[in-house]
Design a protein around this ligand. Structure first.
Ligand code: URA
Length: 432
């Protein structure tokens, strides 16, 4: 392994057999975390070719079982985000699409780096199970049109181990590692069609649009090679999505959105991704028709009903969905005031994710326990006017001293300008 690390450090390529050997060895425990950390860091510095990325994806997809979804009726659709701050899209999108009869077979992850993860968020519901067996997963999609599960030990286990390792070793933001991580899970989880939400901006792993575009193209190509119908939507992550950042706080905002309220950007993203999923599943003729169907479901309560059924089916306490005040709540709250009059010109979004992590909303080591109640609720977003002393955000925390330090850091993440900034489009491009 050491010679492979040295070769990658010097910018050399790894062969198909070497990649397979390395992935098998790491999955079985023969290759230790410290050597794999060094390899991941070498990849961050020198990169991987398209061929190496494809081989890494296949080796990880084949490191465990491949789910057989053939007994699920219809075209199974999955969705995956490359990771963002306040990205609670799946919590709204999955039940919304399912409410139209789209079979949503969704494999989700935990928080990664400064970004949150759907599985952690769903665990805000007491008793909620994400460790569905393959049989339960299939049964739930057939019965409720929706199942959201974490990776089992048998499904792309190489990615499961690598994901946890990359999370705490500063090795997340590399295109080949992200593409292979996402696509290995998607290939192993057996869906027919996949909609990818590729984030770009300060809060994303791909800060620049051209890098996001390259990542999207890489994943669409890998999907095509494996015979999957893949579309990638490149969306803005230059500010948090919606207003809530932090697990239970995001669940509350998702519930508002499912009830037909919620922030405009979250609703719009959900409608764009949901329209694509609905068309891919054959439940609508085109995206216009699909959008109308999705809007109707948000408006007449079907989306929220499907969400409640899904929470109950996976063992969660549905009264927390009906009464979100029963979700985990932090004992301390603190406003972060604006230091001057003006407009919010910029929000350093990765820093907002970092503040959430600092409050306990994410993992610092592989063994860390998350504080589900911790996080931030933004009171102003880009372009909003603010007067000195008015709140930019409210922190939610379990530790008062930590909250005070976090307030100072969050205050510096907001840039106040004299002029109202131009509005950035939420959807940048659609590829594939
Ligand atoms: N999501 C994943 O599943 N993997 C990554 O590497 C990044 C986002």
């Amino acid at each position: 392994m050491c010679s492979l690390i040295i070769r990658k450090k010097r910018g050399g390529a790894l062969s198909r057999d070497e990649i397979r050997w390395m992935i098998q060895g790491y999955t079985s425990g023969e290759i230790p975390d410290y050597q794999m950390s060094a390899m991941m860091m070498a990849v961050c510095f020198t990169g991987m070719s398209g061929e190496e990325t494809k081989e890494l994806t296949l080796a990880m997809a084949e490191s465990g079982d491949v789910l057989d979804l053939s007994s699920i009726r219809g075209i199974k659709v999955d969705k995956h985000s490359t990771g963002g701050v306040g990205d609670k899209t799946t919590l709204v999108l999955a039940p919304l699409a399912a409410s139209l009869g789209v079979p949503v077979a969704k494999m989700s992850g935990r928080g990664l780096g400064h970004t949150g993860g759907t599985i952690d968020k769903l665990e805000s519901f007491s008793g909620f199970r994400t460790d569905l067996s393959p049989e339960e997963f299939v049964r739930h999609v057939n019965r409720y049109h929706i199942a959201v599960a974490g990776q089992t030990a048998d499904l792309a286990p190489a990615d499961k181990k690598l994901y946890a390792l990359r999370d705490v070793t500063g090795t997340v933001d590399q295109m080949s590692l992200i593409a292979s991580s996402i696509m290995s899970k998607k290939l192993a989880s057996g869906a027919d069609a996949i909609v990818l939400d590729v984030k770009t901006g300060d809060g994303a792993f791909m800060k620049r649009l051209e890098d996001a575009r390259a990542l999207a193209a890489e994943m669409v190509n890998i999907g095509k090679m494996a015979g999957k119908d893949v579309t990638a939507v490149i969306s803005d992550m230059d500010q948090p999505l919606g207003c809530a950042v932090g697990n239970a706080l995001e669940v509350k905002e998702a519930i508002d959105t499912l009830r037909g309220c919620g922030p405009e950007d979250l609703r719009e993203l959900v409608l764009v991704l949901g329209s694509l999923m609905t068309v891919k599943a054959g439940c609508a003729g085109d995206v216009r028709e699909a959008r109308g169907m999705l809007e109707a479901s948000l408006g007449d309560g079907r989306a929220f009903e499907t969400f409640c059924r899904f929470i109950r089916a996976q063992g969660g306490d549905v009264s927390q969905a009906e009464h979100p005040e029963k979700l985990p709540a932090a004992p301390f709250q603190m406003e972060v005031p604006a230091r001057e009059n003006g407009y919010v010109g910029d929000i350093r979004t990765e820093e907002v994710g970092g503040v959430c992590l600092m409050l306990g909303g994410g993992r610092v080591t592989k063994e860390s326990r998350i504080d589900l109640s911790a996080g931030i609720v933004l009171k102003r977003k880009k372009g909003d006017a603010v007067r000195k002393g008015e709140p930019l955000a409210v922190l939610h925390a379990s530790d008062r001293a930590q909250m005070e330090a976090a307030a100072e850091r969050l205050s510096r993440a907001f840039l106040i300008t004299g002029e109202k900034p131009e509005r950035e489009p939420l959807i940048k491009e659609i590829i594939g």
